[in-house]
Write a protein that binds this ligand. Structure first.
Ligand SMILES: *Cc1c(COP(=O)(O)O)cnc(C)c1O
Length: 375
């Protein structure tokens, strides 16, 4: 590996895209050149081809590409007929957008605490959060691990709720052998550059097996019209750029080996850190094929910030996802709920560097510094 010592300025980032760039740059430049030569920049052949291929990969009938994962959530909720006065249940331990989409359409987010082992919404707690206004549940497959869908779907069926999966962090992940995002009514993906399948700009995707939801979502994407200049709904301009679709088209065939690389890196961290006291490593539960968008451990005894500072001193980047649970954000000040698991975890979690091609020697260096810091 690259030699690293205290005096060099070599830093280990949390994510390194230079490997894929090196492998795929010629193909990506070719694909972009195709777009320039075609001269179709919006909703051209690359978007159509990517929608076909991604639907086939995920095993789902309809794929509607969009401008971002956030728009996918907003459009999914609107397509499902949710709006003002409705309540939508989600997790407090996620990126803000999962809840923001609910508030954006005039509905009210209702937070249900998480399971400390998976960091995902705890289906046992759903029952007590349901009211006569509840219309939907948004489980988030956080850090690449599937939420526990069967008990969640059972509650949804019992109360006639729509299930919108937030799959922004789990492209290619599985629940009991099925791709996450295809298990509920609608799946919402993000192609933000740092996600497991990332564009080189913003991008998003909504998938469903329901023809009506797919058609309505496709209309909302383009100003609420099926036919140009015959607008039927108040919609958005939320299309995936042709250039981004071309880039994603080159990257999609690589997602399985990349996710496998992340899983191998996670297994290596487990080997290297398994006997370190004072931390809890992320668990892969039996129903899930975890794709490790993040490798997030818990640092006990109030030592998280100290560990992060020591790693920083040694040139190792790490991140805290998320320092404030969503129900405690300033924007939701009026929500007076306590979610003890999410609140505890926000003081404990630390995400280590991970990417598909991370070298064993880099992980050994990181693990060594973690041991040194915690002894
Ligand atoms: C990234 C992310 C989003 C939003 O995706 P964008 O494409 O950035 O809008 C939504 N939910 C979760 C859990 C995310 O990680």
């Amino acid at each position: 590996m690259t030699k690293r010592n205290e005096s060099t300025t070599m830093r280990i980032p949390v994510l390194d895209l230079s490997y894929e760039m090196k492998d795929l740059k010629p193909q990506i430049l070719n694909a972009i050149e195709d777009v320039l030569d075609q001269g179709a920049f919006i909703m051209g052949p690359k978007v159509k081809e990517f929608e076909r291929n991604v639907a086939e990969y995920l095993g789902v009938r309809y794929a509607v590409t969009l401008n971002s994962g956030t728009d996918a959530l907003v459009i999914a909720l609107l397509a499902a007929g949710i709006g003002e006065g409705d309540e939508v249940i989600t997790t407090p331990f996620t990126f803000f957008a999962s809840a923001e989409a609910i508030s954006r359409i005039g509905a009210t987010p209702v937070f249900v605490d998480i399971d400390p082992h998976t960091y995902n919404i705890n289906p046992q707690l759903l029952g007590s959060a349901i009211t006569s206004r509840t219309k939907a549940i948004i489980p988030v497959h956080l850090f690449g691990q599937s939420a526990d869908m069967d008990p969640l779907l059972a509650v949804a069926a019992q109360h006639n709720l729509i299930v919108v999966e937030d799959v922004a962090q789990a492209f290619g992940g599985e629940y009991k052998g099925r791709k996450v995002g295809t298990i509920g009514d609608i799946g919402c993906f993000s192609f933000f550059p740092s996600k497991n399948l990332g564009a080189y700009g913003d991008g998003g995707l909504l998938v469903t097996n329901d023809q009506e939801l797919a058609e309505k979502s496709a209309m909302l994407r383009t100003h609420g019209s099926k036919k140009k200049y015959y607008n039927e709904l108040i919609g958005f301009n939320s299309r995936l750029d042709e250039i981004q679709a071309a880039i994603l088209g080159v990257k999609l065939p690589h997602i399985d080996p990349w996710n496998e690389g992340r899983r191998e890196a996670a297994a290596r961290y487990r080997e290297l850190l398994g006997d370190v006291e004072g931390i809890i490593l992320p668990e892969e539960v039996s129903y899930s094929r975890h794709v490790y968008h993040q490798y997030t451990l818990r640092v006990l005894n109030g030592r998280r910030d100290e560990l992060q500072a020591k790693l920083e001193e040694n040139g190792i980047s790490s991140m805290v996802y998320y320092p404030v649970p969503v129900h405690k954000l300033p924007v939701y000040e009026s929500i007076n709920a306590s979610m003890s698991v999410a609140e505890t975890l926000s003081f404990e979690v630390l995400s280590l560097p991970i990417w598909p091609q991370i070298e064993a020697s880099t992980q050994q260096y990181i693990a060594g510094k973690i041991k040194e810091a915690l002894q």
